[in-house]
Design a protein around this ligand. Structure first.
Ligand SMILES: Cc1cc2nc3c(=O)[nH]c(=O)nc-3n(C[C@H](O)[C@H](O)[C@H](O)COP(=O)(O)OP(=O)(O)OC[C@H]3O[C@@H](n4cnc5c(N)ncnc54)[C@H](O)[C@@H]3O)c2cc1C
Ligand SMILES: NC(=O)c1ccc[n+]([C@@H]2O[C@H](COP(=O)([O-])OP(=O)(O)OC[C@H]3O[C@@H](n4cnc5c(N)ncnc54)[C@H](OP(=O)(O)O)[C@@H]3O)[C@@H](O)[C@H]2O)c1
Length: 301
């Protein structure tokens, strides 16, 4: 992260701006009239929005969520992620985070893991109301409704913090316009890890605007793998066995009508990809929409 940005200044010393290293590599020489000065210092934080933490909730010893102010200039599509983090010793320490809030909300919300010795989350888990977080100006990601070809049933398959982009998407009225049914599946090891999602769905069911939409269209299916619970098992097994569809009284997987978004651990995503490709589902992207899209909830370092 230390070399993420370089300071770029006008040759006459009048103006400066931060520039991505990747941009530097792409152009290989300074733009006309500009020189590169040095790698980032505190002056270059203008590359990020500095947002104030409004509330923090700890759900388990490994999960927490927080809300923060949102700059009116920060635009994103529901399901996207941005680089967020903290300023540590004058430098930005950033990681990718899905927005768990929807783009029509005034505040930002994030749902986060706590990694004991993780460079960012060992610190981020200690934030309190009034603290400042950095939010990168550019949002991106593949979990976008336009990356899927039209269908009737949308399966949102998540494990762990992979729920976050879907927390945003299930608050998007357009998603309810596009699909007849939306099935939100959240798989965790333990029951306590479901709490954020359970409360999210319960609150939406009580919401004046979303309540009627959810009642007609949203099916929520939490599942647990390492403790007793009403729904048990891995998402992969629940799909191949048809248990998921039986439990929610729905027709089995169908290439004609089903569109899928998935976000979770790398092993789960790989197994799901194989499962869907074996049934002729194709992966979609910005350039070519398909039957399913994938976003990693984290990368193994
Ligand atoms: C596209 C994308 C979106 C992401 N969105 C989120 C999000 O909304 N919420 C979130 O908490 N994280 C998210 N992450 C992961 C996030 O970027 C960081 O990895 C995480 O905040 C931990 O940072 P760290 O510096 O403490 O540890 P890191 O050095 O980044 O990670 C250390 C190890 O912890 C494990 N790990 C990291 N993140 C997770 C996770 N989320 N769930 C389970 N294990 C994990 C992995 O084994 C990893 O190797 C996302 C990652 C990507 C690529
Ligand atoms: N929480 C812990 O006790 C613990 C322990 C060791 C390491 N970790 C690390 O902590 C991080 C967070 O773990 P996590 O619980 O959020 O994520 P996770 O390990 O990916 O587990 C989340 C859910 O995904 C399921 N899953 C895992 N691999 C799958 C696959 N190939 N196909 C289908 N489903 C799959 C798990 O089922 P299963 O339970 O059947 O695996 C679990 O229900 C990970 O990086 C993990 O390595 C956590």
């Amino acid at each position: 992260m230390r070399e993420f940005y370089y300071l770029c200044e006008r040759r006459d010393g009048q103006a400066g701006f931060p520039l991505y290293v990747s941009h530097l590599r792409a152009v290989e020489r300074p733009p006309v009239d500009f020189v590169y000065v040095r790698s980032i210092g505190t002056r270059h934080m203008s590359a990020f929005y500095r947002e104030k933490v409004l509330a923090v909730r700890h759900w388990t010893d490994t999960l927490f969520s927080f809300r923060a102010t949102r700059d009116t200039g920060f635009r994103f599509q529901n399901g996207q992620f941005a680089m967020i983090g903290l300023e540590i010793d004058g430098r930005p320490l950033l990681r990718a985070y899905s927005m768990a809030s929807a783009n029509h909300e005034e505040e930002l919300e994030f749902f986060s893991i706590k990694v004991q010795d993780g460079p960012l989350t060992s610190r981020l888990q200690k934030i309190r109301e009034g603290d400042i977080i950095l939010v990168g100006r550019k949002a991106t990601g593949t979990l976008i409704a336009d990356n899927l070809i039209p269908g009737k049933r949308l399966l949102l398959l998540s494990t762990g913090t992979g729920l976050a982009p879907f927390a945003s998407l299930i608050k998007d009225p357009e998603v309810y316009d596009r699909y007849e049914t939306i099935v939100l599946v959240h798989g965790c090891r333990q029951v306590a890890e479901l709490a954020y999602g359970e409360e999210l769905v319960a609150n939406l069911r009580d919401d004046e605007l979303f309540g009627p939409l959810l009642a007609d269209k949203l099916l929520y299916y939490p599942t647990v793998t390492r403790e007793p619970f009403r729904n048990r098992g891995r998402i992969t097994d629940l799909i191949t066995s048809n248990q998921l569809f039986n439990d929610i009284d729905q027709a089995p997987l169908d290439l004609e009508t089903d569109r899928i978004m998935m976000c979770g651990g790398p092993a789960m995503l790989e197994d799901l990809r194989k499962l869907f490709e074996a049934r002729d589902f194709t992966e979609g992207s910005h350039s070519a929409p398909g039957h399913f899209v994938i976003e990693k909830a984290f990368v193994e370092r």
